[in-house]
Design a protein. Structure first.
Length: 336
């Protein structure tokens, strides 16, 4: 059974875009896009690489041939683009690479996640472990969250990357690259005429997940808000196609909504920090019902917002003496 219907979109100049939904994880649908311009065919993102995700991608390509009359095979693929190095977007590269030698393109800041995956996973895991201690979680929760974080990460093996993307480049004389860090260091949005592949930078219903830059450089709320402003300044976007959820008919209004959501969250944290609180305290108060892996996402989200305020000198550490004494002490933040 498919993860949802395939949808076709036309672009000025004759390009055709097909959106193929795949079940990236049991509770997460990701969108893979096929772009066809004459004899040029590009695959944008690959799913997670788990069996169901791979099956949905293969079924989607078969449906394009059988139901949409698009006559091509894996050998006809000219390009693979990874919009950002999160596992639900690049994990399927192993299966895809077994079918095609089409060159892979990814932003320079995400390249090493693909080419040196084991190294990057180890370093990211250690950085996250330190963040969780500073956030104030218990030892038992620390072990549980780290186990959940590392699940499925070893499904992927390093691959070669043929093309490194940079901001402002025109990939294959077709896609204008907009570097939009924050959600991920090398997140890119690709512009094809009046259509924007917004990846996870702008989604129609969800405010994309934030993690603090203390875990991974070029993530964090400051980078993200600047990148939102950057995309809001791109004129003439008629349609945005995200890495999840439905198409966005009004990109500019959606960007404004997301920014407002972050401003409200910052104000809640300012208000709470009139008294000292750890990141764990704040996450529990703002997201009281989350469970499982969502606990980790909530901690990172609040951590990114606390970091943003701290970077601007709005917060101070209330228990500095304790932090100086114990390297795993939880930081208690207080409004200055």
């Amino acid at each position: 059974m498919s993860a949802g219907p395939i949808t076709c979109y036309s672009v000025e100049g004759g390009a055709r875009i097909y959106r193929i939904p795949v079940r990236a994880f049991p509770m997460l649908i990701a969108n893979i896009h096929i772009v066809i311009v004459d004899d040029y065919i590009a695959l944008i993102d690959t799913g997670t690489g788990i069996e169901e995700s791979n099956d949905h991608l293969r079924m989607g390509l078969a449906a394009l041939r059988d139901e949409w009359n698009e006559r091509f095979t894996w050998d006809d693929l000219k390009r693979i683009v990874v919009t950002h190095a999160h596992i639900d977007h690049y994990g399927g590269l192993g299966m895809v690479r077994s079918q095609t030698n089409a060159p892979i393109a990814v932003h320079v800041l995400d390249r090493r996640v693909l080419t040196n995956h084991e190294e990057r996973l180890l370093l990211a895991s250690r950085a996250l472990a330190g963040f969780l201690w500073r956030a104030g979680i218990s030892e038992a929760s620390h072990a549980s969250l780290m186990s959940m974080y590392n699940w499925s990460k070893d499904l992927f093996r390093s691959v070669e990357v043929e093309t490194v993307l940079n901001d402002g480049e025109l990939l294959d004389n077709l896609f204008l690259v907009h570097h939009t860090p924050g959600h991920c260091p090398g997140q890119v949005c690709l512009q094809l005429g009046d259509v924007l592949f917004s990846a996870d930078h702008v989604l129609p219903y969800t405010s994309p997940h934030m993690a603090p830059e203390s875990i991974t450089p070029s993530t964090g709320l400051d980078h993200y808000l600047q990148a939102l402003d950057k995309i809001a300044a791109v004129p003439g976007i008629r349609l945005a196609l995200g890495g999840h959820e439905e198409p966005i008919d009004n990109l500019y209004a959606r960007v404004a909504q997301i920014k407002s959501s972050h401003m409200r969250k910052l104000e809640r944290i300012r208000s709470a920090c009139r008294e000292p609180h750890t990141i764990n305290d704040l996450a529990s108060a703002i997201y009281p019902t989350v469970r499982g892996y969502d606990v980790l996402l909530a901690l990172e989200e609040i951590g990114a917002h606390v970091e943003y305020l701290d970077q601007r000198g709005e917060l101070e550490i209330a228990n500095l003496a304790e932090v100086a004494e114990h390297h795993q002490a939880a930081l208690q933040y207080r409004l200055i």
